[in-house]
Write a protein that binds this ligand. Structure first.
Ligand SMILES: Nc1nc2c(c(=O)[nH]1)N[C@H]1C(S)=C(S)[C@@H](COP(=O)(O)O)O[C@H]1N2
Ligand SMILES: [Mo]
Length: 449
């Protein structure tokens, strides 16, 4: 295919030599990706960059990688792995959580971002789940950990982990997003990659017991009790007020499981609150106490932090629900398209108010939109994967995704969001993300006026 020509994706695209396959995972030398993640390649060193820039031999030209039998086809494989807990392939070493170069971090109050550009489907592997710590993480002895329910209850109760884990448990898939995710983009800072623009986002299958069960066991007064306060056991004394309606619905979980195993220490082992649809800060880790009360507590984590600075200089408090949002993860900032032709545009959409109904994609900066394919499962307050075909003609293109949830809410443009929220906020930026694909194939973060 000559550069600049536009043609439709062939019916059987796997048979076509024109296909420009994309690899965004590890930058290992063994992978013949046509698209390289500049950041990953830079970390891997020059060798990997070189290898990836080598185009694979065209079909029919005698590619030795298919003609010559490799050692792994002609000799014995390795015995059972030395490490009883499995590890990713060494070729995936660049798929890592990373700390943002643009954020001030102390050792303990820190954040690491999930590598969204490399993730597939909707589940975040436990080792790649983003982390946000207000005062460092702990690996707490589950035998010693206690969880207490008090406040407007008949009998305050203290549970051990054994007590909790014998109760009827449920397992549900939900996303968790820090309220500050995409926060740096408020200031029109060209944050380089999707890992840093949207990586305070993860999605897991959580296992635990509905909080309402525990409140009922303690004889909660659900007439007087209108809010709960959740408290963590780490030194940050993380405390958040949560309206009782969310708890009564049975959605709020006291969880110990994450993707089929116990929570990771950095994600709150042995116990955390799961508050579907609500910003990450309310998902209190190392959960040790829930108090039932009749009014919001306005603690430091909700009076000083996690409040929205509005254009008139006032702060908006308790805006907890993460509104409908989406982002394209390929192509995205830092990646390079190494040729014209077919690409699969892929990304994630989510809403704190329910299921994703539709995702539209534009490749011309929002003038024209096409509906993307939503991959199953499409779940409540969960990430939804979308895909759509694209044939790149080699000209500059601005790719965007715009999601809509089942309430009919449509993800806003920056213009629409700023008209209501101003431009000096930190939290709850759910604006449409634009990626500029330049003529040389390099993709970068841009904001349209
Ligand atoms: N106890 C405790 N809970 C906490 C925090 C914390 O620092 N301590 N950070 C909160 C914030 S701001 C977020 S965004 C989420 C992050 O969860 P994760 O680290 O599992 O990704 O946990 C929340 N719960
Ligand atoms: Mo957060």
């Amino acid at each position: 295919m000559t550069r600049g020509s536009v043609r439709k994706a062939p019916e059987n695209f796997l048979a076509s030599a024109d296909i420009r396959a994309i690899q965004v995972g590890g930058a290992g030398a063994g992978r013949r990706g046509f698209l390289r993640d500049v950041f990953a390649a830079a970390l891997a060193g020059g060798a990997a960059t070189q290898a990836l820039a080598q185009p694979a031999a065209a079909a029919g030209e005698g590619d030795p990688a298919i003609l010559k039998l490799p050692r792994h086809s002609t000799s014995l494989g390795q015995p059972v792995a030395a490490h009883p807990y499995g590890q990713p392939s060494r070729y995936e070493g660049n798929v890592q959580r990373r700390q943002s170069p643009g954020l001030t971090q102390t050792n303990q109050a820190s954040v690491s971002f999930a590598p969204i550009q490399s993730l597939l489907g909707i589940v975040t592997p436990n080792g790649l789940h983003f982390e946000r710590h207000h005062q460092g993480w702990w690996d707490i002895d589950p035998q010693q950990h206690r969880f207490m329910v008090n406040g407007l209850v008949k009998t305050p109760k203290v549970f051990t982990m054994d007590d909790l884990m014998r109760l009827p448990a449920v397992s549900r898939f939900h996303f968790i997003e820090c309220g500050a995710n995409t926060g740096m983009n408020w200031g029109n800072v060209a944050v380089p990659t999707v890992q840093y623009t949207h990586g305070m986002l993860s999605c897991c299958e959580y296992t635990g017991v509905p909080l309402i069960t525990l409140l009922e066991m303690a004889g909660a007064d659900l007439k007087k009790g209108r809010f709960i306060l959740a408290e963590g056991a780490d030194g940050s004394s993380m405390t958040r007020t949560i309206p009782i309606e969310l708890v009564k619905s049975g959605e709020v979980l006291v969880a110990w499981g994450q993707n089929g195993e116990m929570l990771r220490p950095e994600n709150g082992y042995p116990l955390r609150l799961v508050v579907p649809g609500v910003q990450g800060v309310s998902w209190v880790k190392y959960l040790r106490r829930v108090e039932l009360g009749d009014q919001p507590w306005a603690t430091k984590d909700e009076a000083v932090h996690y409040i929205d600075l509005m254009p008139d200089g006032q702060h908006r408090q308790y805006t907890s629900i993460q509104e409908c949002k989406s982002v394209i993860s390929t192509p995205s900032g830092g990646q390079v398209l190494l040729g014209t032709g077919f690409y699969n545009i892929t990304g994630l959409a989510w809403s704190g108010r329910g299921k994703i109904k539709r995702v539209d994609v534009s490749v011309d900066g929002g003038r024209n939109w096409r509906s993307a394919r939503l991959e199953t499962p499409v779940l409540d307050k969960c990430l939804t994967r979308f895909n759509i075909d694209w044939v790149w003609d080699g000209k500059p293109a601005i790719v965007q995704s715009r999601s809509m949830d089942e309430t009919g809410y449509v993800q806003p443009t920056y213009k629409q969001l700023r008209a209501v929220r101003g431009s000096r906020s930190i939290y709850h930026n759910n604006a449409i993300q634009s990626w500029l694909v330049q003529e040389n194939g390099e993709v970068k973060n841009v904001q349209l006026a």
